[in-house]
Design a protein. Structure first.
Length: 337
């Protein structure tokens, strides 16, 4: 196949996207596919310049906002159809996280220009990215969710509807950017202000103590459940991308719990009309309740990310996983793409 890996962009997750894109390109080349890399922020990347995209790897914090704003001046979007690597590709592999790369905007543009791409379609991507809307749909599908409300909210509202401690986070961001665990009610306004730096919509959610577990969906199959043990109470950006800040491994679960988690993940995936692949995150509370946290339509795809770890537990290598995702985009019948 001729594959264009579309990566980078200008969201807070730019560095994560670049890390994913570089490893996806290497994996697909290992399978002898012809691969070009295109940075959504800067354009086509010649092979000899790829190593300079992310020389220092993913840092402990997102890139500075002013640097991202500067990159926005060169965004391709409107001119994407004119990029030869995009137009000639059998499939565009979306190695993008957050922002217009994951919220359905880019997917809609690719639909218009008639280019096939990996992952979910534009409507599903937009719905899943909006945590408020996604929770409503998943809850209606019979999957439990934590209690939540959207800011602005009074302290009395939070105490009555959610309680403390609570989690405050941007409603349409990924990689736990702008997230806070609020134990002291006096910290609530500050946490909301910090989240508003990244998104104008902010969610205030019940904190669920217990095990953090995630289920990858490939096609319409749930892969082995992965457990996450972070060194902080929340699995935040630093824990996700700083070596040694979290342990991630195949979960040891009672058969009934394993089956219930996979069933809940498939129910969420289907309720949100996701396609290709996804990662569905859960907390399992002290009483054994399984609660949906969020769905990731374009989750991290470095070899050490959560979906590749789940794939390895199922006997699927990273190059085989990347190839399977690309082939799903090309071969699944009935898709507009």
């Amino acid at each position: 196949m001729k594959v264009a890996v579309l990566t980078g962009g200008t969201s807070s997750e730019r560095d994560v996207a670049l890390a994913s894109g570089l490893e996806i390109a290497a994996a697909l080349r290992e399978r002898r596919h012809a691969v070009d890399i295109v940075d959504l922020a800067t354009g086509f990347v010649p092979r000899e310049h790829e190593a300079a995209l992310l020389p220092g790897g993913v840092g402990r914090e997102p890139p500075p906002l002013d640097a991202l704003k500067e990159l926005e001046r060169g965004m391709l979007t409107a001119g994407l159809a004119e990029v030869p690597a995009i137009r000639s590709a059998d499939v565009v592999f979306l190695a993008l996280h957050g922002g217009i790369g994951e919220d359905g905007t880019l997917q809609a543009l690719l639909d218009v220009i008639g280019v096939r791409y990996t992952g979910s379609g534009h409507l599903a991507a937009a719905v899943a990215m909006d945590k408020d809307v996604a929770k409503r749909l998943v809850r209606d599908a019979g999957v439990k969710v934590p209690k939540w409300l959207m800011a602005p909210a009074t302290l009395d509202d939070v105490v009555r509807m959610v309680g403390f401690p609570c989690v405050v986070k941007p409603s349409r961001e990924g990689s736990s950017v702008g997230i806070s665990l609020v134990k002291d009610p006096e910290r609530l306004e500050q946490a909301i202000a910090e989240a508003e730096v990244w998104d104008r919509e902010v969610m205030i959610e019940e904190f669920i103590p217990g095990r953090e577990l995630t289920v990858a969906i490939l096609g319409d199959v749930a892969l082995p459940v992965i457990e996450i043990i972070a060194r902080k109470e929340l699995f935040d950006y630093e824990c996700k991308y700083t070596p040694g800040m979290a342990q991630e491994f195949p979960a040891t679960l009672a058969p009934a719990t394993d089956e219930a988690l996979k069933g809940a993940a498939l129910a969420a995936h289907r309720a949100l009309k996701l396609g290709g692949y996804s990662r569905i995150d859960f907390r399992v509370g002290p009483a054994g309740d399984i609660l949906f946290l969020e769905a990731n339509t374009l989750p991290g795809m470095t070899a050490n990310s959560l979906i590749p770890k789940a794939a390895r537990a199922a006997g699927i290598s990273f190059p085989d996983l990347c190839e399977a995702i690309a082939r799903l985009a090309v071969t699944v019948p009935g898709t507009k793409r």
